[in-house]
Structures are given as C-alpha cells and as structure tokens.
Design a protein around this ligand. Sequence first.
Ligand SMILES: [Fe+2]
Ligand SMILES: [Fe+2]
Length: 189
Amino acid sequence: MRHCYNSELVILSSHRQAWQQHSHFPAQALLLESHDTFLQGGADFAKRLDRIESGQGLQARQVQRFADRLASEFHQWQWSMRCHEKYEESTLYPFLRRRFDLDCGALALDHERLHELAARCETSLASAAKELKKGRSSFALARRDLQRYREELARHLIAEEGMVVPLLLSLTSAEFTGYLGAESCAQSE
Ligand SMILES: [Fe+2]
Ligand SMILES: [Fe+2]
C-alpha cells in the first residue's frame, strides 16, 4: 500500500503561492510555520501508526511500547495545538474584528470540532494499545479517527489562512509592528 503522508502540505503550499509576491510576505504572514508543524505532526502520527500496525521489523515488545507511546504523545501534542488556538481566539481574532470587522466565529467553532475529533483519537489510540496487551491487533478505528482529524485540521488551516493572511499582509509595516507589540503584552498577562 502506498501512502502520501504530506498531501495536506502540498495543498497548503499551492494556496499560499498567491501571497508570495506580496512585499510583506513572509514577514507579516503569521501562523504559517505553526500550521506546517501541526500538519507535519499529524502526518508523523499516521506514519507511526502504520508502522506499528504492520509490525514490520519490530519485536512484539517494541510494537506494544510504540503503541503506548503513540497514545500518550498524541495527548501531549494537543497541548501545543491548544496554545496556538488560545492565542488566535484571545488575541488575533479580536484584533481582526477591531481592525477589519472580520467575524472569526466559524474558525473558533472549528477549534471545538477539532477538540472533539482529537478526543476520539486519544480514546481509540489508547484502546488499540490496550487491546494489543490482550494479543489483539485492532488499529482500524484509530487509523480512521486520525485520518478524520487530519482532514479536518487541514480544512481548518486552509480556511483560516485564507481569511487571515491577506488581511495581515494588507497592514502597513507600522501597523503590523504595533499589533505584534500589543500581542506580546497580551501574552505576558
Ligand atoms: Fe491557526
Ligand atoms: Fe485555528
């Protein structure tokens, strides 16, 4: 079976091409690096899950250890995702509302949906690891949940970048610097 783990990254780079000629790109295009890291993280989890499920070149003990680790690392990974979302909801979205009258409510709802899908992933990854201890290999649900999560994440990131990045690029350099100054104050609270 052939996998393309990075297809979301390819889609994202093609929708970003339009901005690359802008004189404020990449300096004022916030979010993109974090988004790349998140997509890469999702692809890495999918790759690791496939390797665990196939068991190729692994001893049973390693398969169990890797399965346990995958479940706990997915949970930890969500922490950095939540920090990013918190920054967006508490600082970036309100700024865009004030400056451009942009309603980012749909993006905040996406975050809620992603939390639900992430919770499903955590449950199914933990349960697959538990089943493995009983000698049963059942990763299908975890694979499906992870795939859904990755698809929803990519959809959200594309929508978010499409709404946010052109507006950030349209700011004068002085305005953008002013926003960054306010941003760091907000984060130190
Ligand atoms: Fe984001
Ligand atoms: Fe977001």
